[in-house]
Design a protein around this ligand. Structure first.
Ligand SMILES: Nc1ncnc2c1ncn2[C@@H]1O[C@H](COP(=O)(O)OP(=O)(O)O)[C@@H](O)[C@H]1O
Ligand SMILES: [Mg+2]
Length: 378
């Protein structure tokens, strides 16, 4: 698939590699963002997201690889010659300028007439819902309002692609939740292509058309939130997107309940998890079961994967989180619908799961994880 002038990707970054000293921070990254798409680059702190975004913006050079924007090769073009604009985490506004002048500053490098500047500033402030604040000083605004002004300052240049680096992470949680919807609606209304960097999986899932999950300078998987959640391609994605119970496996046994069916025997927990048809267990493969996929049954129910005892329960609203332990002490998370039968602490129960809800993940090709990964709030 090559970008052709008749159907170019909004952004096509290809083979991007970048090292700082001896440390390879980006390792052969490919990103293809469709026109009008809300695309997120999601990964833990330090995985190379900002570096990738700065290379697309022209604020940083790649050692290898190319950047094309709408089919035009901009690999060696300086930032101000690219149809992109970058909004930083804390969109620093000039304290001595009012909101409108801060936004107009975005146009100061262009030869825009007075009337057109005023019109475009008014339009940009209108788009972010800040028209009433045009004459206010930044110090009188809330964090969310300041970030909206920073976005207006970037939009006033009418970039083809708006690049956002953790635009919401400096805001408190309730404001983040509100701004997620606002950013999404803003992106739809303007039709601008957004490429948004975040370490927060819930944020990426809520806002994006598609997400590229990044770890250790590489793209692990690109897809819709649902693709990544339902069909993670790697152990890293399975753990970083939503929550998962991961099991090492020691072998398989025939499943008497299903013709030709097999169960994976887990090393920890001693469960017998039914395998989807055709599942291939390479050495080192692991299986994953989402908490909501476990069904809590009577302890002796036929076909159950194994037994466990309830350690704690927690009310989460629509769901009740049940923490269980297998006889050998392996912890398992199971979510049940609130309002149904909820087990109590100390209950001996069975755990059942359908083969379709068991995901087989290939062995990690490089060290998975590293430091504890902050996936944001769930
Ligand atoms: N200018 C630089 N000089 C040296 N190391 C850098 C520089 N910029 C980033 N790094 C390092 O590259 C890695 C990736 O950084 P970054 O792209 O900022 O990650 P992220 O945005 O995902 O947190 C980090 O280890 C960071 O310390
Ligand atoms: Mg960063």
């Amino acid at each position: 698939m090559n970008a052709s002038p008749s159907d170019p990707a909004a952004v096509h970054a290809d083979g991007l590699t970048r090292s700082f000293g001896s440390r390879r921070v980006l390792d052969d990254i490919e990103l293809r963002v469709a026109p009008g798409e809300f695309f997120s680059l999601l990964g833990p702190s330090g995985c190379g997201k900002t570096t990738a975004l700065r290379i697309i913006a022209g604020l940083e050079q790649a050692d290898e690889g190319r950047v094309r924007i709408e089919g035009v090769d901009v690999t060696h073009a300086p930032a101000h010659r690219r149809p992109t604009n970058l909004v930083f985490q804390q969109g620093a506004l000039f304290p001595h300028m009012d909101v409108a002048r801060n936004v107009a500053f975005g146009l100061s490098t262009e030869r825009t007439g007075r009337k057109e500047t005023a019109d475009r500033v008014a339009e940009a402030l209108d788009v972010v819902g800040m028209s009433a604040f045009a004459r206010r000083a930044p110090s009188t605004l809330s964090g969310g309002q300041r970030q909206r002004v920073a976005i207006a300052r970037a939009l006033v240049k009418r970039p083809r692609v708006l690049l956002l680096d953790e635009p919401l992470s400096a805001l408190d949680l309730s404001l983040q939740l509100q701004m997620r919807r606002e950013l999404r609606s803003l992106q739809r209304r303007t039709g601008t292509t957004f490429v948004c960097v975040t370490h927060n999986q819930a944020e990426a899932m809520e806002m994006s058309d598609r997400i590229a999950v990044m770890a250790h300078g590489r793209i692990e998987q690109t897809g819709t939130a649902e693709d990544l959640y339902r069909a993670p391609a790697s152990r890293f994605v399975a753990e970083f997107i939503g929550e998962n119970n991961l099991f090492e496996i020691t072998g398989t046994q025939d499943d008497p309940a299903v013709r030709g069916g097999r169960r994976a025997v887990t090393a920890d927990g001693g469960l017998g998890l039914p395998l989807p048809a055709g599942a291939c267990l390479a050495p080192g493969a692991v299986v994953a079961v989402r908490p909501e996929s476990f069904r809590i049954t009577a302890p002796d129910e036929a076909g159950a994967a194994g037994r466990a005892v309830v350690r704690s329960t927690g009310f989460l609203g629509a769901l009740v989180r049940v923490v269980l332990a297998t006889p050998d002490g392996r912890e398992i998370l199971a979510d049940t619908r609130a309002g149904g039968a909820t087990p109590t602490v100390g209950d001996h129960v069975g755990l059942a799961v359908s083969a379709a809800d068991v995901t087989v993940l290939p062995p990690a090709t490089r060290p998975a994880g590293g430091p504890a990964l902050a996936g944001g709030e769930r």
